[in-house]
Every structure is written in C-alpha cells, then in structure tokens.
Write a protein that binds this ligand. Structure first.
Ligand SMILES: C[S@@+](CC[C@H](N)C(=O)[O-])C[C@H]1O[C@@H](n2cnc3c(N)ncnc32)[C@H](O)[C@@H]1O
Length: 229
C-alpha cells in the first residue's frame, strides 16, 4: 500500500489502522511523550458531560478515548471503521459500533454530544464527517474535536516540525507494528489546517459558536461548537 493512496481510499486508511492496532496505545503514549492522557482528560472536561447523557466518540479506535469520557457518568459509545482497532480495545467496557464517519449508522439528533480525538484528520472527506456528526447531534448539542494542530510559538513550531519529520518515524520504527503508518502520521499533521482554518470549516459544516483552545503550545487544539437550535 502506498502512502499517497491513503489520501483517496477509505479502505486503505481502515487497513492501515488494522495494521497498527496491536501496539496502538503504547506507540501513542511513547510518541506523544506521555501527553496523550492529559489531552484526553482536557477533551472530557471541554465536553462538560452530565451523567446519563448520550455521547458518540467517533473514530474511537481502541476506545482508549471512550473510557476517559465514560468517567463522566455519561453513556458513551465508541464508533470506528477499523474492526482491528475496535477488536484491540475489546477489553474496554464501553459499547462499540463499526461504522464510517461519513455514513453513521445512527438516526438524526440522537446524541447530546459528539467528539472525535485524533480521528478527523484521518477521515478522507473530513467536512462530510463534520456534517454527519451534526446530523446525529440534537439541536443545542455539543461537538469537541481534539486534533493535532499548529504550534503557536514560531521557534517551537520549527523544532516540532523537525521532530515530526525525523524523530517520530525513527521512534515508530522501534515501537510500532507498522512504522510506515507513522510516516503518514507525520505528513498528515503537516498538511492539516491550522486552528483558524479548521474553525471556519467546522462553522461551514452545520455547527455554530465555534471556538478553540490550544493544548501543549498548540501541538493539539480542542475545537468546541454547538448544533444550532
Ligand atoms: C489515530 S486513531 C484515534 C483513536 C482514538 N480516538 C484515540 O484518541 O486514540 C484514528 C482512528 O480514526 C479511524 N477512522 C479514520 N477514518 C474513519 C472513518 N471514515 N470512519 C470511522 N473511523 C475512521 C481509524 O480507523 C482510527 O481508529
């Protein structure tokens, strides 16, 4: 599978994640230097979940993001189109559904909140994914997107770019079950819209009150929005 084909073919993306599933959680923690846990906690807090609310964690992978959300007492379902990733998280006690972000197997307005962590960048048509997330959210419901973004301090941005292009693939070769996938990761982060551009795309895809907050100097951004009433 060539990396370029990942841009166009959802099946290639799904099988790439099937290929990294076994060691996904470990690789994530190593590559993020352990920051992933605090990014997941920040996502849960930004969602302001109430016990009993229904929450969709889209592109949930091994459900590592979903179990963090479930600590709120909300009912959280993990959805992903990589059956390999869902299977690698089989031991995590949350409901799991196989489904494509652009054709979700849920009715209109059934969720109080939807969220997607480190997944939107991988959805081949990510604005279609944002529109589909709006469809399954009730009027007034919330969206939080947790995604890699653009560091805000220029000197830090340069060091980070070096890390992405040199160190990250090297570390991935040591720990991942599919190192090539992490070259794709580095390239996809560099190609992703910055904070303001993503906010505009979210606003154009069925969401209102769009705002964002940077985490770890903008390595990650949390975008929040509301479905219009
Ligand atoms: C980097 S993982 C993120 C997993 C998890 N949310 C986390 O925080 O670690 C990205 C996930 O997006 C999923 N994905 C990519 N495109 C998708 C799509 N169109 N529909 C559903 N899942 C998708 C992949 O299968 C993969 O499991």
């Amino acid at each position: 599978m060539s990396r370029a084909s990942l841009d166009k073919d959802p099946h290639a993306v799904a099988s790439m994640f099937d290929g990294v599933a076994r060691r996904y959680d470990l690789t994530n923690t190593v590559l993020s230097l352990g920051r992933d846990r605090s990014w997941r906690r920040a996502t849960r807090k930004a969602l302001e979940l109430q016990p009993g609310e229904k929450v969709l964690d889209l592109a949930a992978g091994t459900a590592v993001s979903t179990v963090e959300l479930a600590k709120s007492g909300a009912w959280c379902v993990a959805a992903d189109f990589s059956v390999g990733m869902l299977a690698a998280g089989a031991g995590r006690p949350v409901p799991k559904v196989a489904g494509d972000a652009t054709k979700l197997p849920f009715g209109d307005g059934v969720f109080d909140a939807v969220t997607i962590s480190f997944g939107l960048r991988n959805v081949v048509d990510h604005t279609a994914g944002l529109r589909e997330m709006a469809r399954v959210t009730r009027p007034g419901g919330r969206l939080v997107v947790c995604e890699f973004s653009t560091p805000t301090v220029p000197v830090f941005a340069t060091a980070y770019k070096e890390y992405l292009m040199r160190a990250l693939p090297a570390v991935a070769r040591a720990v991942s079950s599919n190192p090539e996938a992490y070259v794709y990761l580095a390239e996809s982060i560099r190609a992703w819209p910055d904070q303001a551009a993503l906010a505009e795309q979210i606003g154009d895809s069925g969401w209102s009150e769009v705002s964002w907050r940077n985490l770890t100097g903008g390595i990650v951004a949390l975008h929040s929005a509301r479905k219009p009433r």
